[in-house]
Design a protein around this ligand. Structure first.
Ligand SMILES: Nc1ncnc2c1ncn2[C@@H]1O[C@H](COP(=O)(O)OP(=O)(O)OP(=O)(O)O)[C@@H](O)[C@H]1O
Ligand SMILES: [Mg+2]
Length: 353
């Protein structure tokens, strides 16, 4: 799938923009604050239902407006195309896929797989498990489409159990069976993903950073218990804190290097390289297992990389042969060769050049 056409309304400084996106390399260039990252956010939003810059999607709505809208047409290799759209008004998000209301935002992801490498990507290494769980789940979702449904049902049961822990603790355990059953399925899917990723990971992290960073999957409760047993054992603590402790909502991928947590050892630039390796390994793995070639958004890709590491990065990205949308401060950006199309952005206005 590649993005062929994009329409953006009321997203940050962009009042309205329409673009024909080439299937190869597109360059978005303009000065600071012109709207380049906002345009990438629009594309990301179309495939993910959220931004890569903030968890508060409503902040993307243009100041003084009450809604934003992104519509795109994606095209399969066969030439068949699908229109998808996302509208955000106040706190509510609605998505449409092929003229129908989508059941969940995850449907967008299935039709338009997109990944971003942007200046905040080092957070994948530096911060808590939240972003690493999303990273695992995006891949698990593409490889095992039923994963989303399991995840949606697990999340619903978890919310209900937590609500019961607050209002009527004695009733909370009625959710344990459902939670334990779905939670084990999620943990197994993620376990499979991390195992299958391993060879792609070793290759990508060595090629990009030359560092022997190891990934260890942690499923969110102790290895020696089933989730049902862990829920039972945690009940007193859960009741005291009104919160479910064990479960895949607490999963993580521990990253270690020289016997210590990677985030304590790595420099900022190294964190970026390692995080980029996580994304590239995942894209390679997806290509190999599903044949899909997700669109890759590169925001200010040279930031924080020295000459040698930038070259390694370029070589790795070029091998993917994905649709690329790259931002630059300058009209000439030789990193990935000559673009099929360039767009100049100024005060939120987007012009093909
Ligand atoms: N909700 C909003 N409504 C209107 N404008 C906004 C909103 N949020 C951010 N902006 C403005 O949008 C502009 C574009 O920001 P963006 O991050 O896309 O710029 P950029 O071209 O990527 O810049 P840089 O080269 O510095 O990364 C900024 O001037 C910012 O102040
Ligand atoms: Mg920017």
């Amino acid at each position: 799938m590649t993005l062929a056409q994009l329409t953006v309304t009321n997203l940050r400084c962009i009042e309205h923009a329409e673009l024909e996106v080439p299937s190869g390399l597109a360059l978005i260039w303009g000065g600071n604050g012109s709207g380049k990252t906002s345009l990438l956010e629009a594309i990301f939003l179309l495939g993910r239902g959220r931004s890569f810059r903030t968890r508060n999607t409503e902040r993307l709505i243009r100041r003084g407006q009450d809604h934003l809208r992104v519509v795109g047409r994606v095209q399969a290799l066969s030439g068949a195309s699908t229109v998808l759209g996302l509208e955000l008004a106040g706190q509510g998000v609605t998505a449409r896929v092929g003229g129908r209301a989508a059941g969940s935002l995850a449907e967008l992801s299935q039709v338009f797989p997109v990944q971003a490498i942007e200046p905040g990507i080092h957070r994948l290494v530096e911060e808590g498990g939240y972003s690493r769980r999303r990273w695992m789940d995006w891949a698990a979702f593409h490889v095992e489409p039923q994963f989303v449904d399991t995840w949606v049902r697990y999340t619903r049961a978890l919310k209900q159990r937590n609500a019961a822990l607050k209002s009527d603790p004695a009733r909370a355990s009625v959710w344990d069976g459902e939670l334990a059953r779905l939670g084990e399925i999620i943990a197994e899917s993620r376990d499979r993903f991390v195992k299958h990723l391993e060879p792609y990971w070793r290759e990508a992290v060595a090629a990009l950073s030359g560092l022997p960073v190891e990934l260890h999957y942690l499923r969110g409760w102790g290895q020696e218990h089933t989730l049902q047993e862990a829920l039972l054992a945690a009940r007193a603590r859960d009741e005291a804190r009104h919160l479910t402790h064990p479960g895949p909502h607490r999963a993580d991928v521990a990253m270690r290097l020289f016997g210590r947590p990677a985030r304590e050892v790595l420099s900022r630039g190294q964190q970026k390289l390692v995080a980029v390796a996580m994304v590239l390994a995942q894209l390679r793995f997806l290509q190999a297992t599903t044949g899909a070639t997700p669109t890759l958004l590169l925001d200010d890709p040279a930031a924080e990389l020295d000459g040698e590491h930038l070259e390694r990065f370029i070589a790795q990205v070029s091998q993917l042969k994905s649709q690329l949308v790259v931002t630059s401060l300058h009209a000439e950006s030789p990193l990935f060769g000559s673009p099929a199309r360039s767009f100049h952005v100024e005060h939120g206005r987007v012009q093909p050049v």
